[in-house]
Design a protein around this ligand. Structure first.
Ligand code: FAD
Ligand code: AMP
Length: 478
């Protein structure tokens, strides 16, 4: 028997590495097992988020955004830069450097906090035993508590099996060495829209095929409508109600078959990205006697505080219910470490923000107007366009709007939805407001710095009672 720990965490993504660091900070003897190996054969921390998810996609989104700004928009504000070209290998190199820096940072944090990094695949043998195997070697470690943070992997669908260099998942779409001329994207979800945007900005003719009829149904419909309009204007051909049913490849191109309201259709692409969602990853994770139950969709079954069916064993992040988001995984990691250390901890699942890093960004927290209607909640709303915000105009970024949904009787903020420049940063106001149980009036009475795009949120809060300052149709103050 090898070492004994207070806590063993399986998986070093944003759920697992945060849980391990927090547990160690709280004085618990902690180990974190990770099996991810990079192209050089080195074990790397950070999981999907740092290696093939949030971070690399944001590096490419930012680089491609800067490229479009320089090529199409600098001249509009008086900057002439001549011919602008995109150096894709250089962009990929920068993205890889960003990954390496972030991944290296986790190893340094493990060392600084005294977390033991175990390399290999972890398997839960019982409520107190984890087997770690690597290259045929096996060791069993004992733990008072186990935290599973095994994450998720992309969903594959039978009509479009991944085909080297032609049909790829999100990971493959972060590695294209040149811009595909005709690019198909299956799925108009968060990842599909972000990756479609990257390659559209770099010159691809992008078609997004989405089976559902409603665009971004989790976002307030006014914001979703505005987003769809803006993405279309940028050149993304988003076909709604288009269900992909099959594909053929000839080594050079992919012919995709789909059905829509008009019947059976076909379209030819040079590359196809499959972005139809992610599924929990639990392969090889649970030994026969582990006793950890899965739910009907294959997620590890947990309660509100991430306890599995086995006492002392917790599960967090993408492998359990809830939104598949890095910050949700991390917050669950903190909560679980606190609980193990004997503290009271819980999470507010109603105040988890989501961001789509398109240009402009889309961000939201809480319920939508359509959710409120469906649930019979009486609400009042306030909206404000970025076109009436001084800073947005000065930034040459006047597209978008902010919308606040408040309880009709109590004025408590129930949701905030934004499409506009830096929406991902602005949404933190909505999250904090909801955490603190603020009313729309609380935001309305807050002094915002001028000129900032955050003032669009202030004006939306004022608009909840019809008193936005920079809007013509306002009510008479009572
Ligand atoms: P993961 O990050 O998947 O980490 C799980 C880790 O566990 C992996 O390192 C894996 O190797 C390891 N593991 C699994 N099984 C074992 C085992 N048996 N033994 C040892 N190790 C094991 N989310 C956001 O919040 N914002 C974004 O902008 C965003 N962008 C994204 C863009 C893309 C292209 C993708 C694909 C995802 C994006 N996400 C984003 C989602 C985000 O990456 C995930 O929600 C997040 O990584 C989940 O964290 P996790 O710790 O639960 O799992
Ligand atoms: P998300 O789960 O947010 O990553 O989004 C995935 C999207 O892919 C969803 O909007 C699904 O409706 C869509 N999708 C799944 N299967 C298909 C399919 N066969 N054809 C087109 N779209 C699909």
């Amino acid at each position: 028997m090898a070492d004994k720990f207070d806590v063993i965490v399986i998986g070093a993504g944003p759920g697992g590495y945060v849980a391990a660091i927090r547990a160690a900070q709280l004085g618990l003897k902690t180990a974190c097992v990770e099996k991810w190996v990079n192209k050089e054969g080195k074990t790397v921390h950070g999981g999907t988020c740092l290696n093939v998810g949030c971070i690399p996609s944001k590096a490419l989104l930012e680089s491609s955004h800067k490229f479009v700004e320089a090529r199409d928009h600098f001249a509009e504000v008086g900057i002439n830069v001549g011919d602008v070209s995109a150096d894709i290998p250089k962009m990929l190199e920068f993205k890889n450097q960003v990954i390496a820096k972030n991944v290296g940072g986790i190893s340094a944090l493990f060392k600084a906090n005294g977390v033991t990094a175990l390399e290999g695949a972890g398997k839960v043998l019982s409520s107190k035993q984890v087997e770690v195997s690597k290259d045929g070697d096996k060791a069993v470690y004992e733990a008072e508590h186990i935290v599973i943070a095994s994450g998720s992997v992309p969903v594959e669908i039978p009509p479009t099996p991944l085909t080297e260099g032609l049909i790829v998942d999100s990971t493959g779409a972060l590695e294209f060495e040149e811009t595909p001329k005709r690019l198909g994207v299956i799925g108009a979800g968060v990842i599909g829209l972000e990756l479609g945007s990257v390659w559209s900005r770099l010159g691809s003719e992008v078609t997004v095929l989405e089976a559902m009829d409603s665009f971004l149904p989790m976002v307030d419909s006014a914001i979703a409508k505005e987003t769809q309009k803006l993405l279309k204007k940028q050149g993304l051909d988003i076909k709604m109600g288009a269900r992909v049913t099959g594909s053929e490849t000839n080594g050079k191109e992919v012919t995709v078959k789909y059905t829509d309201a008009k019947g059976e259709q076909e379209q030819v692409f040079d590359k196809l990205i499959v972005c139809v969602g992610r599924r929990p990853y639990t392969q090889g994770l649970l030994g026969e006697d582990a006793g950890v139950k899965l739910d009907e969709r294959g997620f590890i079954f947990v309660d509100d505080q991430c306890r599995t069916s086995v006492p002392g064993v917790y599960a967090i992040g993408d492998c359990v219910r809830g939104p598949m988001l890095a910050h949700k995984a991390s917050e669950e990691g903190v909560m679980v470490a606190d609980i193990i250390a004997g503290h009271k901890a819980e999470m507010n699942y109603d105040a988890i923000p989501s961001v789509i890093y398109t240009s402009p960004e889309v961000a939201w927290v809480g319920i939508t107007e359509q959710d409120a209607k469906a649930a019979g909640i009486e609400i009042k709303t306030g909206s404000f366009p970025f076109s009436a915000n001084g800073r947005a105009l000065a930034n040459h970024a006047s597209e978008g709007m902010a919308k606040i949904i408040a309880d009709a009787e109590t004025d408590r903020i129930l949701g905030m939805h934004i499409v506009g420049q830096h929406a991902g940063e602005l949404i933190a106001q909505g999250v904090i407001a909801m955490e603190f149980g603020s009313s729309a009036e609380d935001l309305a009475l807050t002094c915002y710095a001028h000129p900032t795009t955050a003032e669009a949120v202030h004006e939306a809060a004022l608009a909840v009672d019809g008193h936005a300052i920079h809007m013509a149709n306002r009510k008479k103050r009572k």
